[in-house]
Design a protein around this ligand. Structure first.
Ligand code: NDP
Length: 273
């Protein structure tokens, strides 16, 4: 992984003055759902690797402020933008705010997601399923569409990537827990393959990372069952829960020039599950 991947590439025709200005320009990554969990870990690792960082969040302002402070401590410019990814107009505004604060966005991590309260499909309320599809599928589509419209098109602008956060649930199906969530992540896998082919001619790489069980708030918020993670541990071949930072490493790899020939890929970070 090359930290220099975060700096824009320079055309051999670039003038000396423009060269100096561009040389110091850091690439900007926008991470939806960057206030907590995996998104927060991606934001902090991106800041350490030389990116400026825009995080979005829906409600938890203080958590977002903590992530910003950590990013700034690492030397990055960082901004937090509040909005609901399920609302198309919010997504457009989030990109506007990020660009106004930091300049053109070159990388988008399509991360915000929920599961909804766990249970069997037959007993699950329409509101639970609707919210999950609105955020995980429609929200991801609004974000991917906006990224496709806005990511720079010139080869001189350096790497341009979208990384979608899927889940191993897409292939496991999450029976008795949240099959609607698994289905929403199946949609992310299709989105990744289609967008990768659609945007390849523009030099934009689109990949996915599929975490397995990762230590974040999402589990207790979905089940109110503090013991669930421990109960499922024996089903993980590597015998432990993943850390958000381990997912972030895969995301940063896909954003970097080390992954320059990788598009349409989906990396499981799941301990072998
Ligand atoms: P968390 O619950 O820890 O964090 C979710 C983040 O998404 C928060 O920043 C939250 O903002 C934001 N968010 C939620 N809903 C919206 C919305 N409607 N609009 C904007 N932002 C929103 O989740 P994780 O970090 O665990 O999950 C991140 C991604 O990883 C999700 O897509 C999830 O499906 C996926 N994943 C997670 C796994 C895990 O085991 N943790 C396993 C597989 C996949 P706020 O702080 O304001 O609430």
């Amino acid at each position: 992984m090359t930290p220099s991947g975060a700096l824009v590439k320079l055309s051999r025709f670039t003038s000396g003055k423009a060269f100096n200005a561009m040389q110091s320009r850091r690439q900007v990554v926008l991470i939806t759902g960057g206030s907590r969990g995996i998104g927060a870990a991606v934001a902090q690792l991106a800041a350490k690797r030389g990116y400026d960082v825009a995080i979005t969040y829906r409600a938890e302002h203080e958590a977002a402020e903590e992530v910003l402070a950590a990013c700034r401590d690492a030397g990055a410019k960082a901004v937090a933008c509040r909005g609901d990814v399920a609302i198309e107009a919010d997504v457009v505004r989030l990109f506007d705010e990020a660009e106004a604060a930091l300049g053109p966005v070159s990388h988008v991590v399509n991360n915000a997601g929920i599961t909804g309260k766990s249970g069997k499909l037959a007993q699950t309320a329409v509101e639970t399923i609707q919210a999950c599809i609105d955020i995980n599928v429609l929200g991801a589509l609004w974000v991917a569409r906006e990224a496709a419209r806005r990511l720079p098109k010139s080869p001189d602008d350096g790497a341009k990537t979208i990384v979608n956060i899927s889940s191993v649930a897409a292939s496991l199906g999450s029976p008795n827990e949240y099959v609607w969530y698994a289905a929403s992540k199946g949609a992310i896998d299709s989105l990744t393959v289609g967008m990768a082919k659609e945007l390849a001619p523009e030099g934009i790489r689109v990949n996915a990372v599929s975490p397995g069980m990762t230590k974040t708030d999402i589990h207790e918020r979905s089940t109110q069952d503090a013991g669930r993670v421990e109960r499922l541990r024996p089903h993980i071949p590597l015998g432990r829960i993943g850390e958000p930072g381990e997912v972030a490493e895969a995301v940063l790899f896909l954003m970097s020039d080390a992954a320059a020939y990788i598009t349409g890929a989906n990396i499981p970070v799941s301990g072998g599950r």
